[in-house]
Design a protein around this ligand. Sequence first.
Ligand SMILES: Nc1ncnc2c1ncn2[C@@H]1O[C@H](COP(=O)(O)OP(=O)(O)OP(=O)(O)O)[C@@H](O)[C@H]1O
Length: 308
Amino acid sequence: MVEPVLCVRGLRKSYGPVKALRGLDLELQPGRSLAIVGESGSGKTTAAMCIAKLVSADAGEVRIGGAEFLGTGASQTVLLRREFGVVLQNPLSSLDPRQRIWVSVIEPLQVHMKGLDRAALHDRALEMLTRVGLGEAMADRLPHQLSGGQLQRAVIARALILQPRLVILDEPTSALDVSVQAQVLNLLCDLRDELQLSYLFITHNLALVEILAHEVLVMYAGGVVERGPVHQVFAAPRHPYTAELLAAVPGAGTPLLDAKPDPGFAATGCAYQLRCAHAQAACRSVAPTEAAGQLSASCHFPLGGTAP
Ligand SMILES: Nc1ncnc2c1ncn2[C@@H]1O[C@H](COP(=O)(O)OP(=O)(O)OP(=O)(O)O)[C@@H](O)[C@H]1O
């Protein structure tokens, strides 16, 4: 059996009374990409941050490449991790404004592969910058001399410089102009296929999920309400919340819904019951089973058929 690139079991995180993550399980196979979707406040970023050990979870286990990931090591910041690359929403905040682009790109190499001389580091930076579509001319520039799309390419180059198999992407295109978003998205798709990368991808934007991910995990109020292959979940959503998200999609680049789920909501039964047009008595008294397995929805009365 192939070892998953990422395996997460029972990840929980509360902020006081707010249950931001209610026990997350997921697996990511080599070369596969998983998108975590949900509206603002559903727990997506908390999930990514707990997986990256940027925020410490209250409980649960994270395994990367078969080994438990404890989040310790030489690197002080998540951007320099050896185990995975990270691409965040705002590329400017990921790069040191005083450092030339090539120096930022090779920073993880300097931390984790000591002993490379300056010429070798420079060569590696140019190789990676070329791979992401930035020529040598960009290498010596400072971040403020690059456009948003060019900066995000540089961040991607740095995320890949240690050749990780897993890349965590948190809204990687949402700070970019719409015309540039497609270019960066295409680059991410090409790199994923060429380098057999696995992406864990956090987004509000379902249009991007169809392009970048194989599987989708839908979160509501800190829990997983539906999961499965993207084409199956999008073609026939089984959880009413997934259907609501899909119905709200006005097009690429536009956030989904403004309404926020309330993860502090402590009533018995289903967390989605007050917003659900299909709620029945059982939904108010008994919490549905968590969505687990290949294709499932956490709902007593899933759309289109029997309960999972
Ligand atoms: N540092 C914190 N302190 C207190 N509450 C927090 C903190 N971080 C997140 N939360 C709460 O946890 C819940 C989940 O937040 P989280 O940021 O993970 O959601 P999200 O789906 O990523 O939303 P967004 O897309 O807006 O970032 C929210 O209710 C949020 O207010």
